[in-house]
Design a protein around this ligand. Structure first.
Ligand SMILES: Cc1cc2nc3c(=O)[nH]c(=O)nc-3n(C[C@H](O)[C@H](O)[C@H](O)COP(=O)(O)OP(=O)(O)OC[C@H]3O[C@@H](n4cnc5c(N)ncnc54)[C@H](O)[C@@H]3O)c2cc1C
Length: 308
């Protein structure tokens, strides 16, 4: 039996594995190898590696984990989990079952771009979801924002911060709430409601094609796509999920199921309006959850109940 199975080997899961390896816990990290930012060539806001490659971060992170002999890494996917408190079973696709005293879920989220030909293929290279991750590099460029309803506030944001040439494409009749609809023209943002049929070209040379035969040249597109959890393992265990699908955790990274911790994009505090889905916070979450998990394990092994 492992002390801990960590599911997910992105920044959150690998950071947790380093913490636990340094405490000489027997740990298994299972990773399907599809991190959320896999399509991006650059990663920003991670101190010491701003502008670096997200893939290189994980290569280095895996090497750091591998330096701890009690930690084992496996490429694979966990499909089911069951158990409680001090005994959990995890089932890996085509690789049998393993058991552990604690689980740490760091499975992340995935984005589902709108079903427009050419849009998904450009995800992370010329179609961007996040002005914090990509905004600075789009300063002064011609931008389109694909969105409708309250999601169109992203257009007002990138207009405010990065570019004075922003076109909002609602991809069908506008559902902008009145205050947003009034705000956009006042900020010099034009709105195109004609359905988008294709995105072609590359960064700094994109062509957006519309159903009426018209087209629009843009340097880059912003699109906040719906997200979904990459795995339903927390739900399988009966852990509380928040309305956005994130796993509810407390300040210690504990889910509502005893012995199960969660970290990274897939988990958040109920008090936050949204998950802070970034590499730095994900790695910090992994460290935090692993430290408290370790404390919990140690205390559970004592022959008395410690105070404090
Ligand atoms: C295009 C793009 C660009 C981004 N740029 C930035 C940026 O510049 N700066 C920044 O801070 N953030 C950026 N992000 C956000 C960043 O990618 C995430 O916040 C970060 O990856 C979260 O780390 P994580 O460990 O929680 O999840 P992930 O990195 O997504 O890792 C989760 C891992 O778990 C694995 N997994 C899932 N389910 C299972 C399972 N059942 N069994 C085994 N393994 C499983 C996945 O395959 C994956 O390898 C970007 C996101 C996108 C989409």
């Amino acid at each position: 039996m492992y002390d801990v199975v960590v599911v997910g080997g992105g920044p959150a899961g690998l950071s947790a594995a380093v913490v636990l390896g340094r405490q000489r816990r027997r740990v298994l990290v299972v990773d399907a190898g599809e991190p959320r930012n896999a399509r991006a060539a650059e990663m920003h806001m991670y101190l010491g590696r701003d502008g670096g490659s997200p893939a290189a971060l994980l290569v280095d992170g895996r090497a750091e984990v591998d330096a701890y002999p009690t930690v084992e890494r496996r490429i694979g996917r966990v499909v089911s989990v069951e158990g409680e408190t001090d005994g959990f079973d995890v089932e890996l696709v085509g690789a049998g079952r393993e058991s552990a005293r604690r689980l740490l879920l760091a499975t992340g989220q995935m984005d589902t771009p709108a079903d427009v030909p050419g849009l998904g293929e450009r995800w992370g290279t010329s179609v961007f979801h996040c002005p914090f991750c990509h905004g600075y590099e789009t300063t002064g460029k011609t931008l389109a924002v694909l969105g409708n309803g309250v999601g169109a506030m992203l257009a007002a944001y990138v207009r405010d911060r990065f570019s004075d040439d922003v076109v909002l494409c609602t991809n069908g009749p506008s559902t902008l709430p009145p205050p947003v609809a009034e705000l956009l023209p006042a900020r010099g943002i034009s709105v195109v409601e004609t359905p988008l049929t294709a995105v072609e070209g590359e960064l700094d040379g994109l062509t957006l094609r519309f159903a009426d035969g018209s087209s629009l040249a843009r340097d880059a597109v912003y699109h906040r796509a719906p997200t979904h959890q990459s795995a339903d393992l927390a739900a399988q265990l009966g852990a509380e999920l928040l309305p956005d699908g994130c796993v509810q955790v407390d300040e210690f990274g504990r889910t509502t199921v005893a012995g199960v911790f969660a970290a990274g994009d897939s988990a958040r505090l109920a008090a936050l309006p949204d998950a802070l889905t970034l590499v730095g916070p994900g790695a910090a979450d992994g460290v935090r959850a692993a430290v408290w998990l370790e404390q919990e394990l140690f205390r559970s092994e004592l022959p008395f109940t410690p105070g404090g």
